[in-house]
Design a protein around this ligand. Structure first.
Ligand SMILES: Cc1cc2nc3c(=O)[nH]c(=O)nc-3n(C[C@H](O)[C@H](O)[C@H](O)COP(=O)(O)O)c2cc1C
Length: 314
């Protein structure tokens, strides 16, 4: 099965429990990620109480921070809560991250990163991965990345997710940092070839099935973010293509599955939170406008979300 080599990218404000339920209503095999959480937010909010649902596996939680001891504390709780993997964020370029000296800034601090990996390993058995960029600012050499991988591999990190562009610190917003620095897949491939014993997942601007297939021949996995968020049904096409299946849930069936699963959640949640990730479900179809209008109406008039079940797909 090839679909289990694909990953939903971690996205703040998007890959929350509702989006993950939506994805699981479409595919039970694509790998899931949480949103990025700082170690402090994990330790001191009710995030630490969330236990992974059996349907969510395989799921990685992404943590950001720079204090190895805090990572160790989080790792113990994360392991007990049932996550399959702890991913360390070494790619986020936001100004908050620069102040806190974590995220992409850690590319310059491989010793801190290796202490983080060591501490996690000493206090838990959870598998670790690192999500990072090719480099920082306008320097296109791969020295920082090679150093980072060498140091963390020496203390047991085996898996790296490479967003195949640099992070520009201090000059560009996070959004611009996802489009302006140029994509350099070839450099990611060079890294993959330098460390044949490690696992590399490629990420960044991968939106077509053919490109995913091509990258799966080179890398150990492919991570996709914005394309899946704007067009979740894409996963179904991808899964069928990669694994030679012809399995097709209708959009109405997906909505049924989604609403049934949401209704099992214990907390009361606002319609906005429940529905905000569904806007792309009819992406590029003649029903898209009507669908979005209905979602807006249910949210703004606080109607029962089950109204969605009445939507006529054809
Ligand atoms: C709204 C949004 C939020 C994001 N939040 C995170 C995050 O929390 N952690 C992270 O490592 N990357 C984050 N990213 C970056 C994605 O994980 C991914 O690396 C990037 O979007 C490139 O992949 P894509 O071209 O397939 O979207 C975010 C991206 C978007 C669009």
């Amino acid at each position: 099965m090839k679909i289990n080599k694909t990953y939903i990218a971690p996205m703040v404000g998007r890959t929350d429990i509702f989006f993950r339920i939506l994805i699981r209503s479409i595919s039970d095999s694509i790998n899931l990620f949480t949103e990025m959480t700082t170690c402090d937010a994990y330790l001191f909010t009710d995030r630490r109480n969330y236990k992974v649902d059996t349907n969510e596996h395989h799921i990685s939680i992404q943590l950001a921070g720079s204090d190895p001891k805090k990572f160790a504390k989080c790792a113990k709780i994360i392991e007990a809560n049932g996550y399959d993997e702890l991913n360390i964020n070494v790619g986020c370029p936001s100004s908050k991250v620069i102040k806190g000296a974590f995220g992409a800034c850690l590319m310059k601090e491989p010793k801190i990163l290796s202490s983080i990996v060591t501490e996690i390993n000493e206090h838990s058995d959870i598998p670790i991965s690192i999500k990072t960029r090719l480099g920082l600012n306008y320097d296109e050499s791969l020295d920082l990345l090679i150093n980072l991988i060498t140091e963390t591999r020496a203390v047991g990190c085996r898996k790296f997710i490479i967003h195949a562009r640099n992070a520009i610190l201090g000059g560009l917003s996070p959004k611009k940092n996802r489009s302006i620095p140029k994509l350099r897949y070839q450099d990611a491939e060079t890294i993959k070839n330098m460390f044949p014993d490690l696992e590399f997942i490629i990420n960044g601007g991968i939106e077509e099935i053919e490109l995913i297939e091509e990258k799966l021949d080179i890398f150990d996995g492919v991570m996709i973010g914005r394309k899946i968020y704007s067009d979740p049904i894409f996963i179904q096409r991808l899964q069928n293509h990669l694994d030679g299946k012809d399995f097709q849930l209708s959009r109405s069936e997906i909505v049924e599955k989604y609403l049934d699963a949401i209704q099992l959640l214990k907390h009361h949640n606002s319609n906005y939170l429940i529905l905000r990730h569904l806007f792309g479900l009819y992406y590029n179809t003649s029903k898209s406008k009507k669908w979005k209008k209905l979602l807006h109406q249910i949210i703004s008039e606080d109607l029962n979300v089950n109204e969605l079940r009445k939507f006529k797909e054809h």
